[in-house]
Design a protein around this ligand. Structure first.
Ligand code: AMP
Ligand code: ZN
Length: 118
C-alpha cells in the first residue's frame, strides 16, 4: 500500500468526496475549502510535483488542464475559476502528489497574491 495520501484517495482506501473520475484522473473536494468551490484534480499516476514531470507526462497534464473548466462548472463556478499548483517548499506544497486546486464560487476569488515588501 502506498503511503502517499492522494494515491490512497485515488485507490479508494481513504474516503473523499469525489466529483469526477476517469481512468487517469480524479477530482475530489478539498477537506479545508478556501472558497465555496475548492476541488483538487489529481492524476492517478503518482507524480510528486510539477518539478518532477517528464515529457511523457505532458499529454496527461494537457488533458487535466483541458478538463478544469468543465469541472469548475459542474462544481458550481460557471463563470470562471482559479487554478493553483503549489510546487515544492517555496510554493507551499504540503501533499507531495501533483494536484491542481480548482477554486471558485459565486463571488470573485480575489487578488492573486498580496505583494510582499521585498
Ligand atoms: P498543497 O498545499 O497545495 O499541497 O495542498 C494540499 C491540499 O490538500 C490542502 O488544500 C488540504 O486542505 C488538502 N487535503 C489534505 N488532506 C486532504 C484529504 N484527506 N481530503 C481532501 N483534501 C485534503
Ligand atoms: Zn501519490
Amino acid at each position: 500500500m502506498s503511503d502517499c495520501l492522494f494515491c490512497r484517495i485515488a485507490a479508494g482506501s481513504i474516503p473523499s468526496q469525489k466529483v469526477y473520475e476517469d481512468d487517469e484522473m480524479l477530482v475530489f473536494r478539498d477537506i479545508a475549502p478556501a472558497r465555496p468551490v475548492h476541488v483538487l484534480l489529481i492524476p492517478r499516476k503518482h507524480i510528486a510535483s510539477l518539478a518532477s514531470v517528464t515529457p511523457e507526462d505532458a499529454p496527461l497534464l494537457g488533458r487535466m488542464l483541458a478538463r478544469a473548466n468543465a469541472i469548475a462548472i459542474a462544481a458550481g463556478s460557471p463563470d470562471g475559476f482559479r487554478l493553483i499548483i503549489n510546487t515544492g517548499w517555496i510554493g507551499g506544497q504540503e501533499v507531495p502528489h501533483l494536484h491542481l486546486h480548482i477554486i471558485g464560487g459565486p463571488n470573485p476569488v480575489g487578488p492573486m497574491l498580496k505583494r510582499s515588501e521585498e
